[in-house]
Design a protein around this ligand. Structure first.
Ligand SMILES: [Ca+2]
Ligand SMILES: [Ca+2]
Ligand SMILES: [Ca+2]
Ligand SMILES: [Ca+2]
Length: 637
């Protein structure tokens, strides 16, 4: 007979996850059931390994519980849907259980029974569960009355003791057990949705045609509950069984951590200031460590702890005391942790508190770990200072490192907020930047941009360089005396088109007859003195007169007629006549522009002239007698 494989599309993207024994031990199941920190012992199990285990991913089904343990009268592998059988079964050949026989209508088989002892820390045992099975619906009302029970023995806080008291009962009843016949929506033929008569059907969900679970019917999520005396020992026996025969299985699902009810202390860290970092930062971000009791009824109480970790109490943070007291009526108390900045570059540090929780039946230890982040001091570098002309743009930048970036910037003047800015100072200005990291830690840096004076209009050097003037045999470098610029160049060199190289005050401009002069570029005719208007940025003009002194050109004075001594002078000099012409003679002094700045009749052969009040520069002495005249240049320094 050929096998025909039919691949059905998975209607659900995921399904309930089932893990069974022997990989899952009864201890694993109790651990899952009771939750963290509950003391339990003497775990016993009766049944087949494959009938019990753990479930998870319950939210992908209509179970109503997310995860926990299950006990069945068959096999864990029969739990997942879809519900494609009305009689999913595995007869494990296991015996029933006498407790279960007492809460159903016939002898039980294939029982799965988990038993253990434990010590509750509160006054109530409580858990949520769902019971389901395949006897639904075609065997409702029959002797195949599969069943779930949870039996507790121990001290009854109301007096006396519980003796195997079943706490899995129909809500609102005192002892109506959970079995097929007690919770259903009546009989219906296999595969048919029942329509009543109802028996506690408000707690019943039919699963005919269900996609996610195999059981034909399930209860809603029910709760088992029993008052107990905290810190006393209780015995639990819980389980399911087939009734009447070992097939058409049933099962119960119990939510995880159902018995976890000890007095937990919770811990919450509130950073100060909040919201800036994930952890404390030495010197900058502290924390309130808030201890919270499960309820005010535990106060007043003092909880102590051991303080360890790589951070040293009192050195890396302000010393904290190793106990904390909750006052009456208060369920929380706070330790403020203030990390200290130690200027040591180090790794992040930890504060570990090992808290001794003495609220419950047993001493429990919680580990609370706090981290102190190192704070590397911010450093900055800034663009170098410079000197510019008024109004010229300059790019300024600051580079910040360490601290806790990103940073914000505030430059003054200007209130700029970027790390790189462009400024155009009109006068010498110091730009200061205040930067802050996310912890609002601030640093400053500054740079001064010098602005050349706006009223400077000097000429510092002047020359005709051979490089620009090929006719010259050498570089002809001027002597600048006051506002006079004297360049001596050899005879026979044409001077009607010379290119000058000059240096003037920074930011100033030079003009000849309103034509801007470019050093090393502009050529001019120097056959007559040339006037440069050196113009400062503020418009102030200083005039320089450039005289090209052809060698011998102004040296046509006959020294035998007169000599000037000293020359150059500070303006006080003598004109000494050699006696070839008789005094008196007419003496005039002219400046380079031909303006007479001095005149006199010399009546001695050694005429003393004081022109020390005149601007420095080149001048000419002109001596006249009759129709003859003689000229000689001299210089006032
Ligand atoms: Ca089924
Ligand atoms: Ca069925
Ligand atoms: Ca069975
Ligand atoms: Ca059965």
């Amino acid at each position: 007979m050929p096998l025909i494989w039919i691949f059905a599309a998975n209607v659900a993207l995921s399904q309930i996850v089932i893990e069974t024994g022997p990989g899952v031990t009864p201890e694993d199941m109790v651990e899952k059931l009771v939750g963290d920190g509950i003391f339990f012992y003497n775990v016993t199990f009766q049944g087949a390994d494959i009938a019990v285990g753990l479930f998870s991913n319950g939210q992908s089904t209509n179970l109503g519980l997310e995860s926990g343990i299950f006990l069945t009268s068959g096999a864990g592998f029969n739990i997942p849907g879809p519900n494609n059988s009305t009689a999913a079964s595995l007869n494990n050949g296991m015996p029933g259980h006498t407790y279960l026989n007492q809460i159903t209508t016939s002898t039980t088989y294939d029982a799965s029974i988990l038993g253990f002892e434990f010590i509750p820390e509160t006054d109530t045992i409580k858990f949520s569960y769902v019971f389901g099975g395949e006897e639904y619906n075609e065997w409702v009302g029959s002797s195949y009355n599969d069943v779930f029970g949870c039996f507790i023995s121990g001290i009854n806080p109301a007096g006396g003791v519980y003796e195997s008291k079943n706490i899995a009962i129909v809500p609102g009843t005192t002892n109506t057990s959970i079995n097929i016949n007690n919770v259903n929506n009546g009989y219906s033929p296999a595969g048919v949705i029942p329509t009543g008569p109802c028996t506690n059907c408000q707690y019943y969900n039919d699963n005919t045609g269900g996609l996610t679970l195999e059981y034909d019917g399930l209860t809603v999520v029910l709760q088992a509950l029993l008052p107990v005396v905290p810190c006393e020992v209780y015995q639990i026996t819980m389980g399911v069984a087939d009734a009447g025969d070992g097939i058409f299985d049933c099962g119960v699902f119990i939510e995880k951590n159902s018995l976890s009810s000890f007095a937990k202390i919770t811990y919450n860290t509130v950073l100060d200031p909040p919201g800036l970092t994930e952890d404390m930062v030495e010197g900058h971000v502290g924390a309130d460590l808030v201890f919270k009791l499960p309820g005010v009824e535990y106060a007043p109480v003092t909880i102590c702890f051991e303080i360890t970790g790589t951070a040293i109490n009192g050195i890396d943070y302000e010393e904290i005391y190793n106990c904390i007291t909750f006052d009456e009526g208060e369920d929380s108390a706070v330790i403020h942790v203030t990390p200290l900045q130690d200027e040591i570059l180090e790794d992040d540090e930890t504060i570990i508190l090992i808290v001794e929780n003495t609220l419950g039946c047993f001493i429990r230890y919680d580990t609370v770990e706090l981290t102190i982040l190192n704070y590397p001091e911010m450093t900055s570098s800034i663009s170098p200072g410079s000197t510019v002309c008024s109004g010229q743009t300059v790019e300024l930048w600051v580079n910040v490192e360490n601290g806790f970036p990103p940073y914000t910037f505030n430059w003054q003047p200007g209130a700029f907020t970027n790390d790189t800015i462009i400024v155009a100072p009109e006068e010498t200005t110091t730009y200061s930047v205040t930067y802050r990291d996310i912890l609002n830690v601030a640093g400053t840096d500054s740079v001064t941009i010098n602005v050349f004076p706006v009223d400077q209009n000097f000429m510092f050097s002047y020359s005709f360089e051979k490089e620009n003037n090929p006719n010259l045999p050498w570089d002809a470098i001027a002597e600048i005396i006051g506002n006079t610029v004297i360049v001596t160049i050899p005879d026979e060199i044409p001077i009607d088109s010379l290119i000058a190289t000059f240096v003037i005050s920074n930011c100033a401009a030079a003009y000849i007859n309103e034509t801007m002069q470019i050093s090393g570029i502009t050529s001019n005719d120097f056959e007559s003195p040339v006037i440069y208007d050196v113009t400062a940025p503020n418009g102030d003009v200083r005039q320089y007169v450039v005289v090209v002194d052809i060698e011998t050109g102004y040296n046509d004075t006959n020294p035998e007629i007169f000599t000037i001594f000293p020359n150059p002078s500070d303006g006080r000099f003598g004109v000494e006549f050699a006696g070839i012409i008789p005094v008196p003679v007419k003496i005039e002094v002219l400046d380079l522009m031909g303006i007479v700045v001095y005149k006199n009749q010399a009546i001695t052969t050694n005429e003393v002239i004081d022109l020390s009040g005149q601007p420095k520069g080149m001048y000419f002495v002109r001596v006249q007698q009759g129709d003859n005249s003689w000229t000689s240049k001299f210089i006032i320094r």
